[in-house]
Design a protein around this ligand. Structure first.
Ligand SMILES: Cc1cc2nc3c(=O)[nH]c(=O)nc-3n(C[C@H](O)[C@H](O)[C@H](O)COP(=O)(O)O)c2cc1C
Length: 242
């Protein structure tokens, strides 16, 4: 009799070769917030060992005012995209899927790291472990942090994380954000699902720069047009009330 743990599992678009996965935990292998070779090899070994899915990071941080508390990855930095791409390519080569945990640590960090910014949390209460008294988040802090999550999710998508779910969340948070899917799996179903969820378009990897640049320009045009419409509607509304 076969072990059900070793049976494949279909999680919407994502095919998992068995039901074994490694949950999020921070190995603290990052260098300057980037998942460099040691970080990648750690996850590649899990993929080689046969897990179906490896969840990278333990709370990769989405904003500068969520400084790393335990060697967390800087998901707020564009420089992370090529490192994430190397990591996901390495994991995919060994047949496993790859996810990442994205977090704003709130009061669960210290202010005296990285940019020395005040910490922000839902209430100004001290957290026992990190001992920081945070600033109480205001509406604009929350709006900014929500945007930071969407930006970080986009970076992870660009880095090849297995993330149609990411697209769904990006569209929920920032409906006018245009997303171009770059898929390495050549899976038509993934691409169709992505288009249904509102991706601007998709390209199969490897992508030539001459194909990518016009698509990016088109997506930028479309977003600009929508921004313009929203601004005009705002202005009209202001005139109506003045
Ligand atoms: C050192 C360590 C760090 C962890 N860091 C995280 C984390 O950053 N995010 C998270 O969601 N879970 C974290 N976890 C929880 C694990 O992902 C897992 O859910 C937990 O260890 C239970 O699984 P286990 O019984 O196989 O250890 C951590 C666990 C350990 C031991």
């Amino acid at each position: 009799m076969s072990d059900p743990l070793l049976e494949p599992f279909q999680l919407k678009h994502l095919h998992l070769r068995n039901r074994i996965f490694s949950s999020a935990h921070e190995p603290a292998y990052a260098e300057a917030g980037m998942p460099t070779d040691r970080y990648r090899l750690y996850h590649e070994e899990k993929a080689k060992g046969g897990v179906a899915l490896t969840m990278t990071a333990g709370s990769a941080v989405v904003a500068e005012d969520s400084p790393p508390a335990f060697g967390n990855l800087h998901a707020y930095d564009d420089a992370i995209v090529p490192w994430i791409r190397r990591l996901t390519d390495g994991v995919h080569e060994h047949g496993a899927a790859c996810m990442i945990q994205l977090t704003h640590l709130g009061r669960r960090s210290g202010w005296s790291h990285d940019d020395w910014l005040p910490l922000i949390a839902p209430s100004p209460l001290r957290e026992a472990a990190h001992r920081v008294i945070p600033k109480e988040a205001e509406d604009w802090d929350i709006d900014r942090i929500v945007g930071k999550y969407a930006d970080a999710a986009e970076r992870m998508l660009a880095g090849g994380m297995d993330g149609i779910e990411t697209l769904r969340e990006i569209k929920k948070i920032q409906p006018i954000c245009e997303v171009l899917l770059l898929t390495g799996h050549g899976s038509m179903e993934t691409s169709i699902e992505g288009m249904k969820l509102g991706a601007f378009d998709y390209l199969l990897k490897p992508v030539k720069l001459e194909d990518l640049l016009p698509k990016l320009a088109e997506a930028f045009e479309k977003k600009n047009g929508q921004d313009q419409k929203i601004r005009s509607a705002h202005i009209k509304k202001l005139f109506r009330y003045s």
